[in-house]
Design a binder for this molecule. Structure first.
Ligand code: ASP
Length: 413
């Protein structure tokens, strides 16, 4: 009971966010015939909120990764955490897309549709090639990525400068203190913005419901339902079992603790935007700050299980609509490209759809098929983003537990 009292403030924010989501949906349904009103007068408040989040994300990512590295004090330790994190991320993403393919094949996601496919037009906005994606990770300028919020590059800068501070030893002490201090400041700024989230969630969800309305969703309902079933199955199967198996945490506690971040990811469709929430939720679940601040920003940038599921399900959907049979070999290609595509997907709304072009092209499926799913992308995006960030959090909880075990073992020796 007393614990309840101490966390009362946080719990009430969670409840507020949830209420805002429900109210937003209700208001959206009520405003369906006045969608323009919702877009002109309600959405701007959502935009203001997202702007504030975006504003604070670069300093938070840069400083928290640097601080995480500095506090680990040892490049080897960063390597060991980084290695485990990347393994977790890659394996779960490959599993996610495989699950998507299995469900989509078994449930015949695109069968029985008579959609006019002749006059489909989708201008594939160039999905970058794998080599381009690789080259683009490394910035040629130390400031520009911070200005344009190119997250992978920001992470590289944070890693290199974090290592630099460790290597500089005593002479790096001032830099370390500056990072510590500014990191604390940006977390406080983030905290202030998070308090506004019920307003943000309401203002973001209302116009989506008002302008899409339930009727638009009908023809593609099967695709939506199957995608969401896989989202849920993946979360329950993979995240429950890993947090329980590795960290001995009850899945219920995990999902309950994660709910504010999940609701925010759902309504904003942005992993990067949800990062501040994720940092807070995982730490409340007991993860050490130094682990969370290294594993989460990396995950928000490269780990996208939900996006991989979406890409697998959509690839099968599009192949079936166009009557193209995919061989097992082609489906394996989809798994590989979807894993790469999800790494290259930026944690912002809609970017998974752009990367879908890369997946379709890898097996010769018509990119125009994207036009079929573009209309409902937002609906699919909300769910996949929710999965994306929950995967980052599950990994954080597991890595944190492994690190704690390692420390305990060392202490015993
Ligand atoms: N919106 C997703 C995210 O931010 C990315 C995507 O479009 O799949 O995680």
């Amino acid at each position: 009971m007393s614990e309840k009292k101490t966390t009362k403030k946080k719990v009430s924010l969670t409840v507020w966010i949830f209420l805002a989501l429900v109210l937003g949906v209700v208001a959206g349904i009520a405003l369906q015939s006045h969608a323009e009103f919702a877009e002109s007068y309600i959405q701007p408040f959502g935009t203001i909120f997202l702007n504030l989040i975006k504003m604070v994300v670069v300093p938070v990512v840069l400083l928290s990764i640097m601080q995480g590295i500095i506090s680990l004090q040892d490049i080897k330790k960063v390597g060991s955490i980084g290695g485990k994190t990347i393994c977790y991320y890659l394996l779960t993403t490959a599993f996610a897309v495989t699950l998507g393919l299995i469900f989509a094949n078994l449930l015949q996601v695109g069968a029985g549709y008579q959609l006019a496919t002749e006059d489909l037009v989708y201008e594939a906005s160039e999905a970058p090639s794998f080599m381009d994606t690789l080259v683009n990770i490394f910035p040629s300028n130390a400031v520009e990525p911070l200005v344009s919020a190119t997250m992978l590059q920001v992470i590289v800068i944070a890693l290199l400068f974090g290592f630099g501070i460790i290597l500089a030893g005593e002479k790096g002490e001032t830099a370390k203190n500056v990072v510590d201090s500014f990191s604390e400041v940006s977390f406080k700024v983030m905290g202030m913005i998070i308090k506004l989230s019920p307003i943000g969630v309401f203002a973001l969800i209302t116009p989506v419901v008002a302008s899409n309305g339930p009727s638009v969703l009908l023809p593609l309902l099967k695709l939506i339902v199957i995608a969401y079933v896989v989202y849920v199955v993946h979360m329950v199967l993979v995240y429950s079992s890993t947090v329980y198996g590795i960290a001995k945490m009850s899945p219920l506690k995990f999902f309950r603790g994660m709910s504010p971040a999940m609701i925010f990811a759902f309504s904003s469709a942005s992993s990067v935007g949800a990062l501040p929430f994720n940092l807070e939720c995982t730490q409340k679940l007991g993860a050490k700050k130094e682990v969370a601040s290294f594993v989460l920003p990396l995950g928000a940038t490269i780990n996208m299980d939900g996006t991989a599921i979406y890409q697998g399900v959509c690839a099968i959907f599009i192949s079936q609509i166009f009557g193209i049979d995919l061989t097992i070999g082609q489906q394996i290609t989809i798994i590989l490209t979807a894993v790469l595509a999800s790494i290259g997907t930026a944690g912002v709304p809609g970017s998974g759809m752009i990367m879908l072009a890369m997946v379709l092209e890898s097996v010769g499926l018509p990119v125009e098929g994207i036009a079929l799913v573009a209309g409902i992308d937002r609906v699919l995006d909300m769910g996949r983003t929710c999965v994306n960030i929950t995967g980052d959090a599950a990994c954080t909880i597991c890595i944190d537990a492994l690190e704690k075990k390692k420390e305990a073992r060392k202490a015993r020796k």
